[in-house]
Design a protein. Sequence first.
Length: 334
Amino acid sequence: MERRTVLRAAAATVAGPWLVRARAQMSARRIGVLYPRADPGNPPPGAAEAWKKVGWIEGETLLIERRYAAWHMDRMPDLVEELLKRQRVELLVAYGPWAAAAAARATRTVPIVFLWALLPIECGLIDSYARPGRNCTGIAFSAGFEVYAKRLEIIRAIAPSARRLALLSGDTRQFTVSGEPIDAMWSEVAAAAKAQGFEHTIHMVNRIEDIGPALAEAAGARAQAANIAGDWFVSSASQVVDFALRQRWLTSTIHPELFDAGLLLYHGPSEADGIYGTGRMQQMVDRILRGANPADIPVEIPSRFEFALNLKTARALGLTLPPSVQLRADRVVE
């Protein structure tokens, strides 16, 4: 009897930590995270420490099911379905407009927290920024089109004689819950282009394979300037920048990755806002898991936008940047 008692005690001592973890996982909360860009072989940096800051221990009190589209946005609906029906997650985190729209199409009841969604009202994700009113909340790029207009204003200041503008974009139908284009976006963009004296053409892509033809179309339209936005172009940053330089385009973007690869100017959320946005997203997830309703959590937008200039690219294009433009820049890359 004594020997059996000792063996039981020893087994309990060895199994103790495992039993604690197993019990914790049985009561853990389960969420799904959708990454449009990343792939399992090159995942985003871990966020375990950040989750700890809001009171969750990944793998114990919080189980995270991650799914990666690896730039194949057409896979997004299947990834969402897997998370909802097979993994039975109780909350979805959606990175970017593609993931946010796919998640919102799939469920009107499971809470969704998006990060860097595009125009969430126009896309059908929320009713208003102050009171989203649906199952979605999160962090948006901006509340309107003023950022787009600002980029065109800067291009005009750099090149007063430029007239032909190419707008290269992801197909906005993929960003909406309805699957319809964002008519308000293109009318506002057209108005901003006209206000700056540009004749513009629009070149949208649905797949990585569309990038080359879209660039060629813009060149065929004899573009002098190009605003390049959309994750597809980020996936082929070197190709896009090389082509733009050969065409001697004055280029602007909202994607820091494209600017870092060599486009002329960036105007968008600052790096600090990017870090802050991720933290706020995690805080929103925390609030919802503790009982808050996403319909009542205001959608946030960046508090500060950064304007950056690439002087190396300007020199390659033979541009002399006006001092007034350089003085407005928050950051200048030599």
